[in-house]
Design a protein. Structure first.
Length: 541
């Protein structure tokens, strides 16, 4: 492990392709190919220290976990997903050998690879996969699910048909089903983990490239190489030590000093610093906004002030995302037109220009006359210097329209908990990474526990429901564009910019973008929502 003092390393060196119809605009199809391709080279050995943007306080009982990008990064080291997304936006089998629909897309057959084991030696078989899917959808009586009950509520039955085959029936046609088993939040856990609710969050047992060693909360989580991994030549390194480091500049300084081998970065200013270090040859950096999340003000529209459209319109008119982007991000981020990033076909190019200070003042006065009190709200922000400074800019902009903003800061876990509980009026938020647009269903549909903004709009619900069942790719795209336009009209969320993610790493670290996917699945979607595939990391370039 790189600790700033010593750096000890050994140096050296039947697929079913499910085309993401909503993304590619092509035809949903199934194509069979050969088996798992063996990669070249063996184990490089050595240890890597990877600084993440925060801690996952609640642990990794995946059906119950509240995972941000840092938690997902740990999860993908330990747990494999049934499918994954490749660099073309296609969902391809991964831990599963194949995932195939019937003609109506309301029954999916999951065929598993033979002779794959969890880290405790038990088989990755149909019974284990059924237990996982049942746990995610709240059908495991021994493990109450939280968020997945709604995310997976479209699953009707999960049936074991033979030791390596699971049949999943859905309540409606669901062409996006492969995307739901590709998320890093949906890894496959061993039955021994899921069957013990008392230790599920801390006894991490997957089938992935690395095995869990220990977790020292707020200090580090260590994983070691899985010598029996089903992709024979992987992983390459012996150990990864993940460290939660909430302060962006501490991450950058740690990489520069050699304390960290890799850093996960979402701060635009820190990314600029990493690029400067890379230009000088001190480190390397991989920056991407592909499949990016959207930064925005998440409004709680279930209560005043934001249950009143006047308040949403006034705050939107007073705010100026372009100014904040220029001041805090030095203009390197792309201003958002909606939740779907530019590489998503549901993206809208036209950005509505809502900033109008005179209009904001007029709307604020109208709100005050209507409710008998001035327009004011509380803004929640992460307690990091950069996000606090963004909150202060928001406060300054709103004050020019006579709108009073109070700032409250929290760490990441507390902020997510307050959002879940609805204990907020406005919060600085980052969510909705790319992929099939249907994966946003639970975030916006009325009644969902993860509909943080408490949106209850029949038109939003209608579009989400129509998009879910539509199998024609072009029609699906138009449905989600209409959804995008509805958000622009109602201002439920005040979109700011599309996030940039970066991985900074030492010059002698390799494999950051990951190896080719098995069975000819293509290249991995490297750096999706701040997460990289770690199985190909090496300690020598």
């Amino acid at each position: 492990m790189a600790d700033g003092r010593t750096r000890t390393r050994s140096r050296g060196r039947a697929l079913v392709l499910l085309v993401a119809a909503a993304l590619s605009g092509g035809t949903l199809s199934a194509v069979s190919t050969g088996g798992v391709a063996a990669a070249g080279g063996g184990n490089d050995g050595g240890s890597l220290t990877y600084a993440l943007v925060g801690e996952t306080a609640g642990g990794w009982c995946l059906p119950q976990a509240q995972l941000a990008s840092n938690g997902i990064q740990v999860a993908v080291a330990i747990y494999d997903t049934l499918t994954t997304q490749n660099s073309k936006g296609e969902y391809v089998p991964y831990l599963a050998k194949s995932v195939t629909p019937n003609a109506a897309f309301d029954e999916w057959t999951i065929t598993l690879r033979p002779d794959v084991s969890f880290h405790d030696g038990t088989p990755v078989d149909a019974d284990a996969v059924k237990l996982n899917l049942d746990s995610y959808r709240g059908a495991n009586p021994d493990l109450p699910a939280r968020l997945g009950i709604y995310t997976y509520e479209n699953i009707d039955t999960v049936t074991v048909t033979d030791p390596l085959t699971v049949a999943v029936t859905t309540k409606t046609p669901w062409p996006a089903f492969p995307a739901y088993v590709a998320s890093g939040r949906a890894g496959i856990s061993a039955p021994a983990q899921l069957n013990d609710p008392d230790t599920c969050a801390s006894n991490l047992i997957g089938s992935g490239p690395f095995k869990f060693v220990e977790w020292r909360q707020n200090e580090s989580l260590t994983v070691e190489r899985n010598p029996d991994y089903w992709q024979e030549a992987y992983p390459k390194v012996d150990e990864i030590v993940f460290e939660p480091v909430p302060e962006p500049q501490v991450r950058v300084n740690g990489l520069k000093s050699g304390s960290f081998d890799l850093v996960q970065e979402a701060s635009s200013l820190a990314i600029i610093n990493l690029q400067e270090l890379a230009d000088d040859g001190d480190v390397k950096v991989f920056v991407s906004d592909k499949g990016s999340e959207t930064a925005y003000q998440l409004l709680n529209v279930s209560k005043l002030p934001f249950s009143d459209p006047l308040a949403r319109q006034a705050v939107a008119a007073a705010g100026d995302a372009e100014e904040v982007n220029e001041i805090r991000n030095r203009g390197i981020n792309t201003i958002a037109s909606g939740p779907f990033p530019p590489d998503n076909p549901a993206h809208l190019d036209k950005i509505p220009r809502t900033h109008d200070l005179d209009k904001a003042r007029s709307l604020a006065r109208e709100y005050e006359q209507k409710h008998g009190q001035p327009l004011a709200f509380e803004y929640l922000a992460l307690s990091t210097p950069e996000t606090v400074q963004i909150a202060q800019l928001v406060k300054e902009q709103e004050s020019k329209a006579g709108i009073d903003v109070t700032i409250r800061t929290l760490d990441q876990s507390a902020l997510i908990n307050d959002a879940l509980a609805g204990n907020f009026q406005s919060v600085g938020w980052l969510n909705h990474p790319g992929g099939d647009p249907d994966t946003q269903y639970a975030w916006w549909h009325g009644g969902s526990p993860v509909n943080f903004g408490r949106i209850d709009d029949p038109e939003i619900d209608r579009l989400l429901d129509e998009g879910r069942v539509e199998t024609d790719p072009d029609t699906r795209v138009e449905i989600y564009k209409d959804l995008n336009r509805r958000f622009q009209e109602e201002l439920y969320n005040l979109w700011a910019w599309y996030a940039l993610w970066a991985i900074g790493y030492q010059n002698d670290v390799g494999g950051v973008k990951g190896p080719p996917l098995p069975d000819g699945g293509g290249k991995p979607f490297a750096l999706f929502g701040g997460v990289i595939p770690v199985l190909g990391l090496t300690t020598g370039s």
